[in-house]
Design a binder for this molecule. Structure first.
Ligand SMILES: [Zn+2]
Length: 297
């Protein structure tokens, strides 16, 4: 199972981040490259590869992403006062869907970091300005000496099974007919298992047990870690929270297999035909969890 946004293949060269001389040498390396972007969206080169330009052409602050075949790679830090942080920009889904897998993973990590810098220019403890440190993997407050680190926000996303069926939900902003795995942020004081059980209970009124981990995905809009799980439901009766979901339903194995086998443009005209629902897009871990489930005996 190759999940989109995973497998960047870089040597992150962590020791270089804290070493100013090594960082300067990386930046001065003739092979060093900085990511070329349109806003925070990727630009594509032939072969659906990310676009890069020589670091020598760049005079702004840079994030050291790591080494690819020995070549240092960087991403630009958005200009001070950037009024278009990533969380306000619509993802460029066309480019994202075309990017080669390793490049998509490099882009995702870079996007999360760039957005974090744009949104963390001030200290959460004292309000003073912060400055970039550790090659862009930290921001420091000169006033109170607090150190701030890039965020990763854990989210559980789960297949809930009863017999030969799965419980799927429709988000209130989903395209017509699309269903996906239920999901929600892990709250302070919760394990992954606790969060799965709470979210399924809150959103669908279903008690679950036997929660287990399946796979994960970094999701850079802006910085979630999607933790894919499987759980067993005690019964099929639902009490859907319509403030959270547009709907939630049980779908059989045959219905799910048919939905995943349908052409990518199925249902775009609003007509489902023989399908019970439209599945999540290939960029989403939910689709890969459904494929994983169909492969289970
Ligand atoms: Zn401070």
């Amino acid at each position: 199972m190759r999940i989109p946004f995973t497998g960047h293949g870089l040597d992150r060269a962590d020791h270089t981040r804290a070493d100013p001389a090594a960082l300067a040498a990386a930046r001065a390396n003739p092979a060093a490259r900085v990511l070329e972007l349109d806003g925070l969206s990727p630009m594509l080169r032939p072969g659906n590869a990310l676009a890069w330009r020589p670091v020598a052409d760049s005079d702004g602050e840079l994030i050291f992403l790591g080494l690819r075949d020995g070549a240092p790679l960087f991403a630009p830090v958005p200009a001070h006062g950037d009024d278009r942080p990533a969380y306000l920009q619509r993802p460029a889904w066309r480019e994202i869907s075309l990017l080669a897998p390793a490049d998509l993973a490099i882009y995702g990590g870079a996007r999360s970091l760039m957005d974090w810098h744009a949104r963390h220019r001030f200290c959460a403890r004292c309000g003073a300005g912060t400055v970039l440190a550790k090659g862009g993997w930290q921001r420091d407050c000169a006033a109170c000496e607090a150190m701030h680190f890039p965020r990763t926000d854990p989210v559980v996303i789960m297949l809930v099974q009863h017999g030969d069926a799965l419980l799927l939900g429709r988000g209130r902003n989903f395209p017509e007919h699309r269903f996906s795995a239920l999901a929600g942020f892990i709250e302070p004081g919760e394990s992954v298992e606790d969060a799965v059980a709470r979210e399924v209970w809150e959103e669908a009124g279903v008690r679950v047990s036997a929660v287990r981990y399946v796979a994960s995905q970094p999701w850079p809009f802006p910085s979630q870690l999607m933790i894919g799980c499987h759980a067993l439901a005690e019964e099929r009766a639902l009490a859907v929270d319509y403030s959270e979901l547009a709907d939630a339903c049980w779908f059989t194995r045959a219905e799910i297999a048919a939905a995943l086998a349908a052409p990518a443009d199925a249902g775009l005209d609003g007509e489902l035909g023989d399908l019970a629902f439209l599945p999540p897009p290939v960029t989403a871990i939910a689709r890969h969890l459904l494929e994983w489930w169909l492969e289970q005996a």
